[in-house]
Design a protein around this ligand. Structure first.
Ligand SMILES: [Zn+2]
Length: 230
């Protein structure tokens, strides 16, 4: 009887030793522990590693002279054309900032409410066949950073398609994904990120949702986020 109790006690003791070295939580079985950590603590460690990797990646990109930050405004979403393009380098110098006259005469009213660019403003602007070679000249040997890069990449390609032009291959990196990874979040709208980084005063300085304002926001948000380790 006594022996039985002893065995029971030692079994309980052993059970109590499945402890996470991260949060000190007691686990019911050894199989919940890997490298001494519970699932939650392993996930947290992964996220933290991801965050420092993203921070290092942003830091490196901002240090490179062949990295350009790009933003577009468009006539809408599906089948839309680019009507404004801005490109700056990581020092903040403006390389391209132009309105673009589209083929279509239709502007999606929702898009217009966002960027406030009207068809009238575009009537004397250069067209895409004039802008494309200028962009390709600087983009072909650069890495293009853009907030939600897949959108800009798609819109640029779509615009070439409308004109029947062969579209060059450029290397895009998504600034939003890097930023979100650095912050340990899923995604973030650019203007929300500006506010989150305590840069709201910038929203007063640039025309919101215009391409040049937005590329400057991207640069400042990235510069700000690498200052902090968290
Ligand atoms: Zn734990």
């Amino acid at each position: 009887m006594i022996l039985e109790n002893l065995l029971l006690d030692s079994a309980m003791l052993e059970q109590a030793s499945y402890q996470c070295q991260g949060c000190q939580r007691q686990l019911r079985s050894e199989r919940f522990l890997k490298q001494g950590l519970c699932r939650d603590c392993r996930d947290a460690r992964e996220r933290s590693l991801g965050r420092s990797r993203a921070r290092a990646a942003i830091d490196q990109l901002l240090d490179r002279e062949d990295v350009l930050i790009l933003d577009t405004e468009t006539t809408g979403m599906s089948g839309a054309e680019v009507i404004e393009l801005s490109v700056i380098n990581t020092k903040g110098d403006t390389l391209i900032d132009t309105l673009i006259k589209p083929v279509t005469t239709q502007m999606n009213p929702f898009a217009q409410r966002v960027h406030n660019i009207s068809m009238t403003m575009l009537k004397d602007a250069p067209s895409w066949p004039e802008v494309l070679p200028e962009l390709d000249r600087i983009a072909s040997h650069s890495t293009l950073l853009a907030w939600n890069a897949s959108f800009d990449a798609k819109m640029l390609e779509q615009t070439s398609e409308v004109w029947g032009l062969e579209h060059p291959r450029w290397l895009f990196v998504c600034a939003m994904r890097l930023y979100a990874k650095k912050r340990g979040i899923k995604s973030r709208g650019l203007h929300k990120a500006v506010v989150d980084e305590n840069l709201a005063y910038l929203l007063e300085m640039h025309q919101s949702h215009r391409a040049l304002g937005d590329v400057k926001f991207v640069l400042e948000v990235l510069r700000e986020t690498v200052k902090r380790a968290d």
